[in-house]
Write a protein that binds this ligand. Structure first.
Ligand SMILES: *Cc1c(COP(=O)(O)O)cnc(C)c1O
Length: 376
């Protein structure tokens, strides 16, 4: 038997920049005594990320969920929003928190993003927007979604929580749709411990969004509408400024580990993983395999449990499907027979460890452990 890892191997570990570089930024904050409210570090990080992500305009948030809440609000939506059940809870919840109805469409079998044909079937008079997710850093079929949106006059919001630096044919991911949300939670590739952003096309939209995320305060004497507190603070911004410097190296390391997985799992029957088509640059945030129980011999759930014996902690993202949560399962669109692909995929996928401080030797051992499940 292969020896278990002496220390637990998790699915991800955050980038932790050299503490000195964080402290250098923090010292400026301490000197200025400005801890929040669009301070100098916030402004610097906002500008840097706008360039980094090559988007016309960007607004920082205290987390990705509040960014999504504000995105839906800013577009003044009503009625129904078509979304995916194969995502983190925040996606569907932000629709519900805006008093809108999430309508679940099915996903594609190959890349797990929303299936445009499924979207189109669900459009009614009440539909006002599509909230699609670039699942595991793989972009949605943005051109088909754009075409549907134009045809039916719908707004498009992308949840790009997994898609920091994802590109399609050289076009950065934040340039598609009306608004794109990024999450900077500690588990994401780039992070500010907690944080997020919205990318948009127009400075007017940024002004509107900046107002909504700051209580609707126009000036000391005027409050325009019921806004919210979505502000990223200066301490978070300092973490972000130091972390951003580490992203290129982190992605380089992850790319090597990705190749190691690809090589080790190439000819294992019953195990497939998301190919990276040539025209797509993936964010490298997650490495997800898919297990076909019939061919592999045991189920995804069994693989997940048996990895624990070896001190390896994979994740069953995105189990359970949002459409199977108690709060949404009664919706007409949430019925299992209407979402066959999502209900199958969610039982077959497994997120594998992928982070810069993992070694290629560890990846090879993780793959050997996986292969050993098949034989025994
Ligand atoms: C992480 C995540 C979010 C929420 O982001 P937070 O910054 O944690 O609020 C939303 N959608 C998806 C798909 C995510 O993975």
């Amino acid at each position: 038997m292969i020896q278990p890892f002496s220390k637990p191997i998790y699915v991800t570990r955050p980038i932790l920049p050299d503490l000195k570089s964080v402290v250098t930024h923090l010292r400026d904050v301490w000197d200025s005594q400005l801890l929040t409210n669009n301070g100098p570090k916030h402004q610097l990080l906002e500008a840097k990320l706008r360039d980094y992500l090559s988007v016309p305009a960007l607004s920082l948030f205290n987390n990705g969920t509040s960014a999504l809440l504000v995105a839906l609000r800013a577009l003044e939506l009503s009625g129904e929003v078509i979304t995916t059940p194969f995502t983190f809870a925040a996606t569907a919840h932000s629709i519900a928190w805006n008093g809108l109805e999430p309508v679940f469409a099915d996903i594609k079998n190959d890349d797990f993003t929303l299936d445009p044909r499924s979207i189109e079937k669900l459009i009614t008079k009440k539909t006002t927007a599509i909230l699609a997710v670039h699942v595991f850093g793989h972009p949605c079929d943005v051109h088909a979604i754009d075409e549907i949106a134009r045809h039916y006059n719908l707004r498009v919001i992308y949840d790009a929580a997994h898609a920091f630096q994802t590109e399609i044919d050289g076009t950065p991911i934040g340039q598609f749709g009306d608004l794109t949300m990024f999450s900077f939670h500690a588990t994401k590739l780039f992070h500010t411990a907690e944080g997020g952003a919205l990318a948009m096309h127009e400075p007017e939209m940024k002004n509107k969004i900046d107002l909504i995320k700051n209580f609707g305060i126009k000036n000391e004497d005027e409050i325009l509408f019921p806004g919210i507190n979505g502000k990223l603070n200066e301490v978070q911004a300092c973490v972000g400024l130091a972390t951003l410097e580490c992203v290129p190296k982190e992605r380089e390391k992850r790319r090597r580990l990705w190749s190691a997985y690809a090589k080790a799992l190439k000819n294992v029957p019953g195990v497939t993983f998301l190919e990276m088509p040539e025209k797509i640059q993936n964010s490298l945030q997650y490495l997800v395999i898919r297990i076909n129980e019939k061919e592999f011999g045991i189920s995804r759930n069994e693989v997940y449990s048996r990895f624990h014996d070896y001190n390896v902690f994979t994740r069953k993202y995105f189990f359970p499907l949002c459409s199977n949560f108690n709060c949404y399962r009664e919706l007409p669109s949430a019925q299992k027979n209407k979402l066959p692909v999502a209900n199958q995929v969610v039982n077959e996928v497994l997120s594998m460890p992928l982070y810069g401080s993992l070694t290629e030797e560890q990846v090879i051992k993780i793959c050997s452990i996986l292969v050993s499940f098949r034989a025994s």
